[in-house]
Write a protein that binds this ligand. Structure first.
Ligand SMILES: [Zn+2]
Length: 242
């Protein structure tokens, strides 16, 4: 878009969607930028679904950098302090608000607990005049809409995430390697509850969990649609509350 496109748009019922991922190890078969691939797909799907009823949707460039404590020992991972992320998101929201875009929605695909905390902090203390919508995939009622593997908590670089990469950027999925990976049913959700703070101690020495060999593009397309639907519903309900 050009700035004049934004000036001339109807911003009365508008939302800016910020895809949020990470630069983080995702097994030996998926790219380090996997979460950004997923977040951008979720944001685009959400935008399509919101545009149907005439809402104005602005897709922001993604946020690549955030807290990545669980993957920090794996080369290629790049992490920043979670407070930096809270601050940045609040500032983005305030900047949008200066131009009457008062809803910022976060399409988040990265589930590191410190990162999720940074997003919750931003949502709880939005800048004056702005509203931040964040769909937390780890909430029980949200997870209930996602895949069986996701709900087991073995949800990093497995079938769930691999399927979305296959659907969106198939050239980045290393199929021969994925097919040789044994299932790893270790649950990250359980590990987090037990106070573990890294993939290796959580039972993922190669930075993957779940069933990577079972990924399919078809499941990925379905997951993207569902993520878009869930985020669109969260945005609509925030508008209704306002
Ligand atoms: Zn991921």
């Amino acid at each position: 878009m050009t700035w004049t496109d934004v000036r001339d748009s109807d911003r009365a019922r508008s939302v800016a969607i910020l895809p949020v991922g990470a630069v983080e190890a995702h097994g030996p078969h998926l790219p380090i930028g996997t979460d950004v691939v997923i977040a951008e797909a979720m944001a685009s799907s959400c935008a399509e679904q919101l545009a149907v009823d005439g809402s104005t949707v602005f897709l922001l460039p993604p946020l690549w950098y955030t807290a990545t404590g669980f993957a920090s020992t794996f080369p290629g991972t790049v992490g920043v302090d979670p407070r930096t992320v809270t601050d940045l998101i609040r500032q983005i929201s305030a900047s949008l608000e200066e131009h009457q875009i008062t809803t910022l929605a976060i399409a988040n695909a990265h589930l590191d607990p410190a990162h999720l905390g940074s997003l919750r902090d931003a949502v709880e203390a939005p800048p004056t005049g702005g509203r931040i919508v964040f769909l937390d995939l780890t909430h029980r009622e949200v997870a209930a809409r996602l895949t069986d593997e996701f709900r087991t908590g073995a949800c990093h670089a497995g079938r769930f995430e691999g399927s979305v990469v296959l659907a969106e950027t198939p050239d980045l999925f290393r199929r021969e390697i994925a097919e040789g990976l044994a299932p790893n049913p270790a649950s990250l959700a359980t590990a987090i509850r037990e106070g573990i703070d890294n993939f290796t101690d959580a039972g993922g020495p190669d930075a993957y969990f779940g069933w990577p060999a079972e990924a399919t593009a078809e499941e990925g397309r379905e997951t993207v649609r569902t993520l878009g639907t869930l985020l669109a519903a969260a945005i609509r309900s925030a508008w209704e509350e306002a």
